[in-house]
Design a protein around this ligand. Structure first.
Ligand code: ATP
Ligand code: MG
Ligand code: MG
Ligand code: MG
Length: 346
């Protein structure tokens, strides 16, 4: 009997489109001699739509965007009908997918699922919680402050004052719970800071403000459960002011240099920091760890992404390809790791 993979994608998230691209590529790479795929599309409104079981990939990305046609139009119905898959492969980014919520659902249903568990997903999604855990693990990171919407509503001046007291310009303002650079901007002065905060608050009630660093951006892939393995490092060279949403997905303005040219010392520093992050968040399956490396080789961890972008041109699979693993091999390894973790829990 072939294992049926429930490929869950889309989602009520600002990263809906990215998820669709990832799902399309994953579907192309699955070994259909071993697996069937049950596509489950979550619309941007959050409606779960179960498709027909596939023994071949969809031919076009747009075909992934189907509606339920009355078959199963809610998660409740999909569950009530008896789950038609053996293993969940959520390729959801951001809210309601990468943040531990859907992982909690799989835990309750007692089915194996690819990727990180509840704690790592939720802590990794919230940049403030993540930074606090990194601090506990003794990982170097850039100085930051954080606040929530009511702080801003009640006393804007105080928020600005705190940021300016703690951090020099330029600053980076980010919604705490997002990815793909959505809602992030760089502020060079107070007027821009206020604007950046207003923008970030459109996406989240919790905001992080960081000191902007002049540094190279270098990332590392991690794969594994209790014994994680580390990819070669890869560098992002954005031509834009920073690695924003457009640079990530909509243009060719970014060059990826893999492996990154770094000293052995920097590489091992990064590996140990990625290991520390993996451990403190209790990660499983995979993460992509993002670092800043300054001209004098200081290394700061920026974040880990518990469900990194995963198209064929995304950093995570490219890092592993350079480490000696093909795209289909990564997919299969992730499925293996999901099974292994599920069995270990029993
Ligand atoms: P993703 O999950 O897609 O990697 P994200 O939305 O979680 O992105 P970050 O990785 O934190 O966001 O930031 C996005 C980009 O903004 C970084 O890749 C970098 O180019 C720039 N950036 C973020 N923080 C800083 C900082 N403190 N100093 C300088 N540049 C920064
Ligand atoms: Mg991120
Ligand atoms: Mg992300
Ligand atoms: Mg990042």
């Amino acid at each position: 009997m072939k294992t049926i993979i429930g490929l869950i994608y889309g989602g009520k998230s600002a990263e809906h489109e990215v998820s669709l691209s990832t799902a399309y590529e994953v579907m192309q790479a699955i070994d259909y001699a071993k697996f069937d795929v049950l596509p489950i599309y979550i619309t941007i409104q959050g409606e779960w739509c179960q498709g027909e079981k596939r023994t071949t990939p969809f031919e076009h990305k747009e075909s992934l965007r189907f509606d339920s046609k009355g078959k199963a139009d809610s998660i409740q119905q999909i569950i009530a009908n008896g789950l038609a898959f053996d293993l969940a492969f959520p390729v959801l980014h951001g809210t309601n997918g990468e943040d531990g919520t859907v992982q909690g659902l799989f835990e309750v249903l007692n089915i194996p699922y690819v990727g990180n568990g509840v704690l790592a997903s939720s802590a990794g999604m919230d940049k403030v919680s993540m930074k606090q855990l990194f601090e506990i693990a003794g990982l170097a990171q850039v100085p930051y402050v954080h606040f929530v919407r009511p702080d801003w509503e009640q006393n804007r001046a105080e928020v600005i004052e705190k940021a300016e007291k703690e951090l020099p310009y330029p600053m980076f303002v980010k919604p705490a719970n997002l990815g793909s650079s959505v809602g992030i901007s760089k502020a060079d002065d107070r007027a821009q800071l206020e604007e950046a905060i207003e923008l970030a608050l459109r996406f989240d009630r919790k905001i992080v403000i960081e000191e902007g660093v002049t540094a190279r951006e270098i990332e590392m892939g991690v794969l594994g459960n209790d014994y994680p393995e580390f990819s070669v490092p890869g560098e992002i060279k954005p031509i834009a002011a920073f690695y924003d949403y457009e640079a990530k997905y909509q243009d060719d303005s970014t060059e990826l240099v893999i492996p990154a040219e770094v000293s052995e010392e920097v590489k091992s520093k990064m590996t140990e920091m990625a290991r520390g992050a993996y451990r403190v968040l209790d990660c499983a399956g995979l993460v992509r760890a993002d670092f800043f490396v300054t001209a004098n080789d200081e290394v700061y961890i920026n974040e880990v992404n518990t469900m990194p972008g995963f198209t064929k041109t995304s950093m995570f699979p490219l890092l592993w390809q350079n480490t000696g693993m093909t795209y289909p091999e990564i997919i299969e390894r992730l499925i293996e790791l999901a099974m292994e973790r599920h069995t270990a829990k029993q």
